[in-house]
Design a protein around this ligand. Structure first.
Ligand code: GDP
Length: 332
Protein backbone atom coordinates (compact mmCIF):
# COMPACT_ATOMS: atom_id res chain seq x y z
CA UNK A 1 0.00 0.00 0.00
CA UNK A 2 1.55 3.32 -0.97
CA UNK A 3 2.38 5.63 1.88
CA UNK A 4 0.25 8.77 2.07
CA UNK A 5 2.16 11.59 0.43
CA UNK A 6 3.31 14.37 2.70
CA UNK A 7 4.39 17.87 1.90
CA UNK A 8 7.83 19.21 2.82
CA UNK A 9 6.15 21.34 5.51
CA UNK A 10 4.46 18.29 7.01
CA UNK A 11 7.77 16.46 7.25
CA UNK A 12 9.49 19.48 8.76
CA UNK A 13 6.72 20.07 11.30
CA UNK A 14 6.54 16.40 12.22
CA UNK A 15 10.30 16.04 12.64
CA UNK A 16 10.55 19.19 14.74
CA UNK A 17 7.75 17.86 16.93
CA UNK A 18 9.74 14.64 17.39
CA UNK A 19 7.15 12.48 15.61
CA UNK A 20 8.97 9.17 15.18
CA UNK A 21 6.74 7.88 12.41
CA UNK A 22 7.31 10.97 10.29
CA UNK A 23 11.03 10.91 11.11
CA UNK A 24 11.20 7.30 9.91
CA UNK A 25 9.37 8.20 6.71
CA UNK A 26 11.73 11.13 6.07
CA UNK A 27 14.71 8.79 6.44
CA UNK A 28 13.06 6.45 3.94
CA UNK A 29 12.93 9.41 1.53
CA UNK A 30 16.64 10.04 2.07
CA UNK A 31 17.33 6.37 1.38
CA UNK A 32 15.20 6.24 -1.75
CA UNK A 33 16.86 6.25 -5.16
CA UNK A 34 13.87 7.94 -6.83
CA UNK A 35 14.70 11.48 -7.97
CA UNK A 36 11.41 12.95 -6.69
CA UNK A 37 12.04 11.43 -3.25
CA UNK A 38 15.59 12.75 -3.28
CA UNK A 39 14.39 16.24 -4.20
CA UNK A 40 11.85 16.20 -1.39
CA UNK A 41 14.41 14.85 1.10
CA UNK A 42 16.82 17.65 0.21
CA UNK A 43 14.08 20.26 0.65
CA UNK A 44 13.20 18.83 4.07
CA UNK A 45 16.84 18.76 5.23
CA UNK A 46 17.51 22.27 3.99
CA UNK A 47 14.47 23.72 5.70
CA UNK A 48 15.48 22.00 8.92
CA UNK A 49 19.06 23.25 8.67
CA UNK A 50 18.00 26.86 8.18
CA UNK A 51 16.48 27.07 11.63
CA UNK A 52 18.34 24.59 13.74
CA UNK A 53 20.06 25.38 17.01
CA UNK A 54 23.85 25.69 17.33
CA UNK A 55 25.71 23.27 15.10
CA UNK A 56 27.45 21.67 18.05
CA UNK A 57 24.42 21.07 20.27
CA UNK A 58 24.60 17.33 19.58
CA UNK A 59 27.26 14.69 20.22
CA UNK A 60 28.06 12.36 17.34
CA UNK A 61 29.88 9.23 18.44
CA UNK A 62 31.41 6.52 16.23
CA UNK A 63 31.37 3.05 17.76
CA UNK A 64 33.40 0.36 16.08
CA UNK A 65 35.17 -2.92 16.74
CA UNK A 66 35.40 -6.42 15.36
CA UNK A 67 32.29 -8.61 15.01
CA UNK A 68 31.55 -10.19 18.39
CA UNK A 69 33.38 -7.59 20.47
CA UNK A 70 30.03 -6.55 21.93
CA UNK A 71 29.02 -3.48 19.95
CA UNK A 72 25.28 -3.98 20.15
CA UNK A 73 25.42 -4.99 23.82
CA UNK A 74 27.54 -1.91 24.51
CA UNK A 75 25.28 0.44 22.55
CA UNK A 76 22.30 -0.85 24.46
CA UNK A 77 24.09 -0.35 27.81
CA UNK A 78 25.39 3.14 26.94
CA UNK A 79 22.10 4.10 25.28
CA UNK A 80 20.04 3.06 28.32
CA UNK A 81 22.45 4.91 30.62
CA UNK A 82 22.09 8.08 28.55
CA UNK A 83 18.31 7.78 28.29
CA UNK A 84 18.17 7.48 32.08
CA UNK A 85 20.16 10.72 32.25
CA UNK A 86 17.46 12.43 30.22
CA UNK A 87 19.12 12.32 26.80
CA UNK A 88 17.47 11.36 23.55
CA UNK A 89 19.62 8.81 21.75
CA UNK A 90 19.62 7.91 18.06
CA UNK A 91 21.44 4.78 16.91
CA UNK A 92 22.44 4.57 13.26
CA UNK A 93 24.69 2.09 11.50
CA UNK A 94 26.82 1.73 8.44
CA UNK A 95 27.06 -1.88 7.48
CA UNK A 96 29.61 -2.29 4.68
CA UNK A 97 28.13 -5.63 3.68
CA UNK A 98 24.82 -3.93 2.91
CA UNK A 99 26.49 -2.46 -0.16
CA UNK A 100 27.70 -5.79 -1.48
CA UNK A 101 25.61 -8.78 -0.68
CA UNK A 102 22.63 -7.27 1.09
CA UNK A 103 23.75 -9.57 3.85
CA UNK A 104 24.77 -8.07 7.10
CA UNK A 105 27.90 -8.19 9.21
CA UNK A 106 26.17 -6.13 11.86
CA UNK A 107 23.57 -8.83 12.01
CA UNK A 108 19.84 -9.18 11.87
CA UNK A 109 19.64 -10.71 15.33
CA UNK A 110 17.18 -9.00 17.59
CA UNK A 111 19.41 -6.28 18.84
CA UNK A 112 19.11 -3.73 21.58
CA UNK A 113 15.68 -4.82 22.70
CA UNK A 114 15.46 -2.62 25.76
CA UNK A 115 16.76 0.44 23.99
CA UNK A 116 14.44 -0.19 21.05
CA UNK A 117 11.50 -0.15 23.46
CA UNK A 118 12.47 3.22 24.92
CA UNK A 119 10.50 6.28 23.85
CA UNK A 120 13.69 8.31 24.15
CA UNK A 121 15.66 6.20 21.69
CA UNK A 122 15.45 5.84 17.93
CA UNK A 123 17.20 2.93 16.22
CA UNK A 124 17.59 2.74 12.48
CA UNK A 125 19.37 -0.13 10.74
CA UNK A 126 22.01 0.50 8.10
CA UNK A 127 20.73 1.77 4.77
CA UNK A 128 21.59 -0.40 1.82
CA UNK A 129 23.06 0.82 -1.43
CA UNK A 130 25.23 0.02 -4.37
CA UNK A 131 28.39 1.50 -2.92
CA UNK A 132 29.79 2.23 0.52
CA UNK A 133 29.88 5.89 -0.47
CA UNK A 134 26.15 5.84 -1.16
CA UNK A 135 25.37 4.05 2.09
CA UNK A 136 27.54 6.48 4.05
CA UNK A 137 26.01 9.53 2.45
CA UNK A 138 22.51 8.40 3.41
CA UNK A 139 23.61 7.94 7.01
CA UNK A 140 25.28 11.34 7.06
CA UNK A 141 21.98 12.93 5.92
CA UNK A 142 20.04 10.90 8.45
CA UNK A 143 22.21 12.40 11.21
CA UNK A 144 20.82 15.82 10.33
CA UNK A 145 17.26 14.50 10.46
CA UNK A 146 17.55 12.78 13.85
CA UNK A 147 19.25 15.86 15.33
CA UNK A 148 16.43 18.05 14.06
CA UNK A 149 14.01 15.65 15.78
CA UNK A 150 15.70 16.40 19.10
CA UNK A 151 18.09 13.45 19.47
CA UNK A 152 21.06 15.08 21.16
CA UNK A 153 23.25 11.99 21.08
CA UNK A 154 23.86 10.13 17.84
CA UNK A 155 25.66 6.80 17.99
CA UNK A 156 26.87 5.46 14.66
CA UNK A 157 27.94 1.85 14.66
CA UNK A 158 30.17 0.12 12.19
CA UNK A 159 32.57 -2.80 12.04
CA UNK A 160 36.27 -2.07 12.13
CA UNK A 161 37.32 -4.38 9.36
CA UNK A 162 37.12 -2.38 6.15
CA UNK A 163 36.56 1.12 4.85
CA UNK A 164 33.32 1.91 6.61
CA UNK A 165 35.00 3.11 9.80
CA UNK A 166 36.74 5.82 7.77
CA UNK A 167 33.35 7.00 6.52
CA UNK A 168 31.97 6.99 10.07
CA UNK A 169 35.05 8.85 11.27
CA UNK A 170 34.19 11.58 8.77
CA UNK A 171 30.73 12.15 10.21
CA UNK A 172 31.35 11.97 13.96
CA UNK A 173 32.99 14.08 16.65
CA UNK A 174 34.53 11.31 18.68
CA UNK A 175 35.67 7.82 17.76
CA UNK A 176 35.22 4.96 20.19
CA UNK A 177 36.93 1.64 19.50
CA UNK A 178 35.84 -1.48 21.37
CA UNK A 179 38.48 -4.12 21.99
CA UNK A 180 38.60 -7.65 23.37
CA UNK A 181 40.41 -8.66 26.56
CA UNK A 182 43.92 -10.00 26.19
CA UNK A 183 44.25 -10.12 22.48
CA UNK A 184 46.79 -8.09 20.53
CA UNK A 185 45.96 -6.26 17.31
CA UNK A 186 46.33 -9.32 15.15
CA UNK A 187 43.86 -11.26 17.28
CA UNK A 188 41.38 -8.41 17.58
CA UNK A 189 40.34 -8.87 13.96
CA UNK A 190 40.51 -5.14 13.36
CA UNK A 191 42.14 -3.28 10.56
CA UNK A 192 45.60 -1.86 11.00
CA UNK A 193 45.44 1.85 11.50
CA UNK A 194 42.13 1.87 13.27
CA UNK A 195 43.77 2.34 16.68
CA UNK A 196 45.23 5.61 15.34
CA UNK A 197 41.73 6.86 14.63
CA UNK A 198 40.39 6.16 18.10
CA UNK A 199 39.86 8.88 20.73
CA UNK A 200 38.60 6.44 23.32
CA UNK A 201 39.54 2.75 23.44
CA UNK A 202 37.42 0.52 25.62
CA UNK A 203 38.32 -3.07 26.41
CA UNK A 204 34.90 -4.72 26.69
CA UNK A 205 34.01 -7.97 28.47
CA UNK A 206 36.00 -6.96 31.54
CA UNK A 207 33.97 -9.30 33.71
CA UNK A 208 34.23 -12.73 35.38
CA UNK A 209 37.58 -14.37 34.80
CA UNK A 210 38.43 -11.95 31.99
CA UNK A 211 39.15 -8.96 34.23
CA UNK A 212 42.86 -9.61 34.36
CA UNK A 213 43.08 -10.15 30.61
CA UNK A 214 41.14 -6.95 30.11
CA UNK A 215 43.63 -5.06 32.25
CA UNK A 216 46.47 -6.56 30.24
CA UNK A 217 44.86 -5.38 27.03
CA UNK A 218 44.38 -1.95 28.56
CA UNK A 219 48.07 -1.74 29.44
CA UNK A 220 49.00 -2.88 25.93
CA UNK A 221 46.83 -0.25 24.26
CA UNK A 222 47.90 2.49 26.65
CA UNK A 223 51.41 1.77 25.54
CA UNK A 224 50.44 1.63 21.87
CA UNK A 225 48.57 4.95 22.00
CA UNK A 226 51.51 6.64 23.72
CA UNK A 227 53.65 5.78 20.72
CA UNK A 228 51.26 7.46 18.29
CA UNK A 229 51.83 10.99 16.99
CA UNK A 230 49.84 13.74 18.75
CA UNK A 231 46.31 14.21 17.45
CA UNK A 232 45.18 17.36 15.64
CA UNK A 233 42.42 17.63 18.25
CA UNK A 234 45.00 18.03 21.02
CA UNK A 235 43.33 15.11 22.79
CA UNK A 236 45.28 12.24 24.33
CA UNK A 237 43.42 8.97 23.67
CA UNK A 238 42.01 7.32 26.77
CA UNK A 239 42.03 3.58 27.30
CA UNK A 240 39.36 2.17 29.61
CA UNK A 241 37.73 -1.13 30.45
CA UNK A 242 34.05 -1.96 30.68
CA UNK A 243 31.54 -4.75 30.69
CA UNK A 244 28.61 -4.04 28.44
CA UNK A 245 26.98 -7.18 29.78
CA UNK A 246 27.27 -6.21 33.46
CA UNK A 247 26.93 -2.53 32.66
CA UNK A 248 30.10 -1.60 34.47
CA UNK A 249 32.54 1.07 33.28
CA UNK A 250 29.86 2.71 31.14
CA UNK A 251 29.70 5.98 33.15
CA UNK A 252 33.50 6.27 32.89
CA UNK A 253 33.29 6.01 29.11
CA UNK A 254 30.62 8.69 29.01
CA UNK A 255 32.82 10.90 31.19
CA UNK A 256 35.65 10.45 28.71
CA UNK A 257 33.33 11.47 25.86
CA UNK A 258 32.34 14.57 27.79
CA UNK A 259 35.96 15.41 28.60
CA UNK A 260 36.81 15.06 24.91
CA UNK A 261 33.91 17.29 24.03
CA UNK A 262 34.80 19.95 26.60
CA UNK A 263 38.40 20.05 25.44
CA UNK A 264 37.65 20.16 21.71
CA UNK A 265 34.92 22.76 22.15
CA UNK A 266 37.31 24.92 24.15
CA UNK A 267 40.09 24.68 21.58
CA UNK A 268 37.58 24.98 18.68
CA UNK A 269 38.66 21.68 17.12
CA UNK A 270 35.12 20.31 17.32
CA UNK A 271 33.67 23.26 15.41
CA UNK A 272 36.49 23.21 12.84
CA UNK A 273 36.17 19.48 12.37
CA UNK A 274 32.44 19.73 11.72
CA UNK A 275 33.02 22.41 9.10
CA UNK A 276 35.74 20.32 7.51
CA UNK A 277 33.41 17.32 7.49
CA UNK A 278 30.58 19.31 5.89
CA UNK A 279 33.03 20.40 3.22
CA UNK A 280 34.19 16.83 2.68
CA UNK A 281 30.62 15.58 2.14
CA UNK A 282 29.92 18.50 -0.18
CA UNK A 283 32.85 17.52 -2.40
CA UNK A 284 31.93 13.88 -2.13
CA UNK A 285 28.34 14.61 -3.21
CA UNK A 286 29.66 16.69 -6.12
CA UNK A 287 31.92 13.85 -7.23
CA UNK A 288 29.22 11.23 -7.09
CA UNK A 289 26.63 13.57 -8.62
CA UNK A 290 28.92 14.32 -11.55
CA UNK A 291 29.68 10.65 -12.05
CA UNK A 292 26.00 9.81 -12.13
CA UNK A 293 25.29 12.62 -14.64
CA UNK A 294 28.15 11.43 -16.79
CA UNK A 295 27.50 7.71 -16.82
CA UNK A 296 23.73 8.09 -17.22
CA UNK A 297 24.19 10.25 -20.30
CA UNK A 298 23.08 8.25 -23.39
CA UNK A 299 25.78 9.82 -25.58
CA UNK A 300 28.44 8.80 -23.07
CA UNK A 301 27.02 5.30 -22.85
CA UNK A 302 27.08 4.90 -26.64
CA UNK A 303 30.61 6.27 -27.00
CA UNK A 304 31.82 4.07 -24.14
CA UNK A 305 30.37 1.01 -25.82
CA UNK A 306 32.24 1.91 -29.02
CA UNK A 307 35.58 2.76 -27.50
CA UNK A 308 35.96 0.24 -24.70
CA UNK A 309 36.63 -2.66 -27.12
CA UNK A 310 39.16 -0.47 -28.93
CA UNK A 311 41.07 0.13 -25.70
CA UNK A 312 40.85 -3.55 -24.76
CA UNK A 313 42.19 -4.56 -28.17
CA UNK A 314 45.07 -2.10 -27.85
CA UNK A 315 43.95 -0.12 -30.89
CA UNK A 316 43.39 3.07 -28.94
CA UNK A 317 45.19 4.63 -26.02
CA UNK A 318 43.19 4.66 -22.75
CA UNK A 319 43.76 8.40 -22.44
CA UNK A 320 42.65 9.28 -25.94
CA UNK A 321 39.57 7.13 -25.46
CA UNK A 322 38.74 8.81 -22.14
CA UNK A 323 39.08 12.21 -23.76
CA UNK A 324 36.83 11.22 -26.61
CA UNK A 325 34.13 10.07 -24.16
CA UNK A 326 34.41 13.29 -22.16
CA UNK A 327 34.18 15.33 -25.36
CA UNK A 328 31.00 13.48 -26.23
CA UNK A 329 29.57 14.41 -22.81
CA UNK A 330 30.45 18.08 -23.27
CA UNK A 331 28.81 18.12 -26.71
CA UNK A 332 25.57 16.53 -25.57
P1 GDP B 1 28.78 -7.27 18.09
O1 GDP B 1 28.89 -8.29 17.01
O2 GDP B 1 30.04 -6.50 18.23
O3 GDP B 1 27.57 -6.39 17.99
O4 GDP B 1 28.66 -8.08 19.49
P2 GDP B 1 27.38 -8.46 20.37
O5 GDP B 1 26.93 -7.27 21.15
O6 GDP B 1 26.39 -9.15 19.51
O7 GDP B 1 28.05 -9.46 21.40
C1 GDP B 1 28.69 -10.66 20.98
C2 GDP B 1 28.65 -11.65 22.12
O8 GDP B 1 29.42 -11.17 23.21
C3 GDP B 1 27.26 -11.89 22.66
O9 GDP B 1 27.14 -13.25 22.98
C4 GDP B 1 27.21 -11.02 23.90
O10 GDP B 1 26.32 -11.53 24.86
C5 GDP B 1 28.65 -11.10 24.40
N1 GDP B 1 29.02 -9.90 25.14
C6 GDP B 1 28.84 -8.61 24.76
N2 GDP B 1 29.31 -7.77 25.72
C7 GDP B 1 29.80 -8.55 26.71
C8 GDP B 1 30.43 -8.27 27.97
O11 GDP B 1 30.62 -7.13 28.40
N3 GDP B 1 30.83 -9.35 28.71
C9 GDP B 1 30.64 -10.63 28.28
N4 GDP B 1 31.06 -11.61 29.07
N5 GDP B 1 30.05 -10.92 27.12
C10 GDP B 1 29.63 -9.91 26.34
Amino acid sequence: MPRPKRTVEEYVRGIRAGDRVILGQAITLVESARPEHQAQAQAVINTLLETRPADTASVRIAITGAPGVGKSTFIEALGMYLVEQGHKVAVLAIDPSSSVSHGSILGDKTRMERLAASEQAFIRPSPSGESLGGVARKTRETVLLVEAAGYDIVLIETVGVGQSETAVHRMTDVFLLLLLPGAGDELQGIKRGIVEMADILAVNKADGDRIQLANQARAHYLNATHLLPAKASGWTPQVLTCSAQDQTGIPGIWEAVQAYRDQTLANSYLQKNRRYQAHYWFREALDSGLQALFYNNPGVQARLAELEPEVLAGRMSPFAAAEAVIRKFLES
